[in-house]
Design a binder for this molecule. Structure first.
Ligand SMILES: *Cc1c(COP(=O)(O)O)cnc(C)c1O
Length: 367
């Protein structure tokens, strides 16, 4: 798509760098940083972020093979951890020098087979343990089986051992989290002496770094949403810079007389004369229909303009009765982190979902 559409998501690389350094300053100098760039870099642009961060971080992570392919095609040479590979992906993963998360005996056997058939030796793999999230990973009981498979071959090497915290942002769950950390320590203490080479360890995501850097920093951290400017609460977020803004312009202004309606299903009915602005962004761009009927709002000339009626596929209409504005004026759909956090709260979701929902139709602009 060319540069002929006015709606754009702006990515501020200086802010990304500031945020990376803000997290690095909370860590020991020796601790490596993995930048999580899955889901198009949390909806921004994985390629642009990875190019920018390549010299600044030790690792990248993506969720799926396709995301790793995109980074390698863009010339990224840094190690890339693929967090959620499938059996059928493993040969291609190895060919592209991507490093798989190995989370089950099935996948472990499959990666050894894939390396064998490609005649590859000492290929780096990453063993994930489930310590309480109950999503993906081995359990402690599977250690003997892992060892039996890993010890009798030369095809793969355990480069790292890791786990993921279930509620790192929630200090009410501190006891549970400390238990997860303990379980991970027990597992790694048991496993590592039996491996031929010493893997590195990692456990913390963004809010883990904020809350558990003292207890579970290990050798590396996996920084995701924090890079993009989002932290656990307003005070922590204030230490970060806004890296993502979603902008558009007013296409048309309409005056709606009392008794008239706006949009599909006539969801909004004017009880008095109102002035609306039509904006070229809709649910196909990732603005959920949940934001219709006053739940969501944009900023125009520094004032809040609530969404009127239902969100359409390609448009929203907002109430600008009290805003001095004209066709062509700038509209901020995501002004900054606090705006995104507030929108997320109003729609009973989280900032992660709002950011990653912005569809590929929306142009990305790097600043
Ligand atoms: C997405 C993800 C992260 C990053 O989490 P943030 O909360 O965005 O920092 C880290 N580790 C794993 C396993 C993930 O899936």
């Amino acid at each position: 798509m060319g540069n002929n559409h006015v709606t754009a998501l702006e990515i501020n690389l200086n802010a990304i760098e500031h945020n990376l350094n803000a997290f690095k300053s909370r860590l020991l100098p020796k601790t490596k940083v993995l930048a999580v760039v899955k889901a198009f870099g949390y909806g921004s642009s994985a390629v642009e972020i990875a190019k920018f961060l390549e010299s600044k971080v030790a690792y990248f992570a993506v969720a799926y093979l396709n995301e790793g392919i995109a980074l390698r095609k863009a010339g990224i040479k840094t190690p890339i951890l693929v967090l959620h590979p499938q059996k059928i992906n493993l040969e291609e993963i190895i060919k592209l020098n991507l490093e798989p998360n190995i989370y089950s005996i099935t996948i472990l056997k499959a990666v050894i087979d894939a390396a064998k058939s490609l005649k590859v030796q000492h290929y780096p793999i990453h063993i994930k343990f489930n310590t309480g999230l109950n999503r993906l990973g081995f359990t402690k009981k599977e250690i003997p089986e892992i060892l039996a498979l890993v010890k009798n071959q030369k095809e793969v090497v355990v480069a790292s051992v890791f786990s993921h915290i279930a509620a790192s942002e929630d200090l009410n769950e501190r006891a549970f989290t400390l238990q997860q950390i303990n379980t991970f320590k027990e597992i790694s203490n048991h496993l590592i002496p039996q491996l031929p080479t010493k893997p590195f360890l990692h456990m913390l995501n963004t809010s883990g770094i904020i809350n558990y850097a003292a207890e579970a920093q290990f050798d590396m951290v996996r920084l995701g949403i924090g890079l993009y400017g989002f932290a656990n609460d307003e005070a922590e977020t204030a230490k970060l810079k806004n890296a993502i803004s979603l902008k558009s312009i007013i296409s048309q202004i309409n005056t709606i007389e009392k008794g008239n309606t706006v949009g599909y299903n006539r969801a909004f009915k004017a009880n008095e004369t109102v002035k609306t602005a039509t904006i070229p962004i809709g649910h196909a761009d990732g603005i959920s229909r949940k934001f219709g009927n006053g739940i969501g709002y944009v900023y125009i000339n520094n004032k809040k303009a609530p969404i009127v009626g239902n969100v359409c596929m390609d448009m929203i209409m907002v109430n600008v009765s009290d805003i001095n504005c004209q066709e062509g004026d700038e509209v901020l759909i995501f002004k900054d982190q606090l705006h995104v956090e507030d929108l997320a709260k109003r729609a009973n979701t989280i900032s992660y979902e709002l950011l990653t929902a912005i569809s590929q139709r929306v142009k990305r602009v790097v600043k």
